[in-house]
Design a protein around this ligand. Structure first.
Ligand code: AMP
Length: 324
């Protein structure tokens, strides 16, 4: 196997305040890049974070990144306050509402990728404004980086054109099911998957929360259908279950962890072009790692697992979801 590749991850680094129906956590480590980076760190090295923090950002979180071998040279330090997000989960723990957002240092931020990282073969554009995602893409120097991006309902509403520009430039989009339905104006997720592929990326993953995820990959033009090609379509499909949890403490960051593990696994192969099988395997790692995130507030569980924990849960998920 070739040596693992480096990954750069741009996104938010946040202080979160989270309410669930049974508990509350304040001043927690949050942010799309934080969860994505920690998840990726179980699979590959180096993992570089690109983001911005304020003067109030606790040293203990920087220490946590350091303990996971995550490089923070691409983290800008500002005199302002760190981006902060407050969210509240409904009874079913799949739905949540944003209570407040303090944009703070993100307001006038332009991501700057340090020169030595601009040629990373795997690039993750975690959830952030699509304009920031485009600014990162413009700085990339690798001939053909594999770019995976996330988004959210806010950007679909206020930055739809920019998001469409991002979609033309990336290899993989991950999106929640409710966002996919809204974005594509359809209630049918298979139609949504096809519509999203038509907007540009060769691969689309629709995340279904506690029900797992669906991967759609464009089937190469002219090649015969495979056992994964959905009849009547031009894509291959993989339906991955979520790892079943008896208790969910806080799903915040599950989607980001999914993306981080997925990108980390792809980087660990050392390849720069990925087959449907590679991405399928990455989706399973994403599902498994996301499940750890849900078991405690913030990254309190995610940050304290081992690679062995991940492999054990992966085997169990396989037992639980396949039949002879
Ligand atoms: P997830 O649960 O995977 O969707 O990710 C939740 C994380 O996204 C939280 O830790 C938030 O700090 C972060 N977040 C929430 N809103 C935004 C936003 N508008 N831009 C960037 N990050 C955000």
């Amino acid at each position: 196997m070739s040596a693992a590749s480096s990954v750069i991850i741009g996104g938010s680094i946040a202080i979160d305040h989270i309410k669930t129906p049974v508990a509350e956590g304040k001043n927690l480590l949050g942010g799309s890049a934080s969860f994505t980076g920690i998840a990726a760190s179980y699979f590959t090295s180096p993992v570089h974070l690109i983001g911005i923090i304020g003067k109030d950002f606790p040293q203990e979180h920087l220490d946590l990144f350091a303990s996971k071998n995550i490089s923070t040279h691409g983290l800008e330090r500002s005199d302002g306050d760190t981006f902060s997000w407050s969210g509240s989960y409904h009874e079913n723990m799949n739905d949540r509402e944003t209570l407040s957002v303090a944009i703070n240092v993100l307001e006038n931020w332009t991501p700057k990728i340090p020169l030595e990282m601009t040629c990373a073969p795997i690039v993750v554009l975690a959830n952030m404004h699509p304009i920031n995602q485009l600014q990162m893409i413009e700085q990339l120097t690798c001939a053909k980086p594999f770019i995976a991006a996330d988004t959210m309902d806010l950007w679909i509403t206020i930055a739809n054109d920019d998001l469409h520009e991002v979609l033309k430039k990336i290899n993989l989009l991950v999106i929640n099911e409710s966002e996919a339905r809204d974005f594509c104006k359809t209630s049918n997720l298979i139609v949504a998957g096809q519509t999203l592929l038509d907007k540009g990326p060769a691969n689309v993953i629709i995340k279904l929360g506690e029900f797992g995820a669906i991967l759609f990959s464009k089937h190469p033009d002219g090649s015969p259908a495979t056992e994964f090609t959905l009849p009547g379509t031009k894509f291959d499909l993989f339906r991955c279950a979520a790892f079943p949890l008896k208790e969910v403490a806080d799903p915040t960051g599950a989607g980001d962890s999914f993306l981080g593990a997925l990108a980390g696994h792809l980087a660990s192969t050392g390849k720069t072009e990925f087959s449907f099988d590679d991405i399928r395997q990455a989706v399973v790692y994403g599902s498994v790692v996301a499940s750890f995130t849900c078991e405690a507030f913030s990254a309190n569980r995610l940050a304290h697992i081992t690679r062995e924990d991940i492999e054990n849960r992966l085997k169990l998920l396989k037992n639980l979801t396949h039949w002879p």
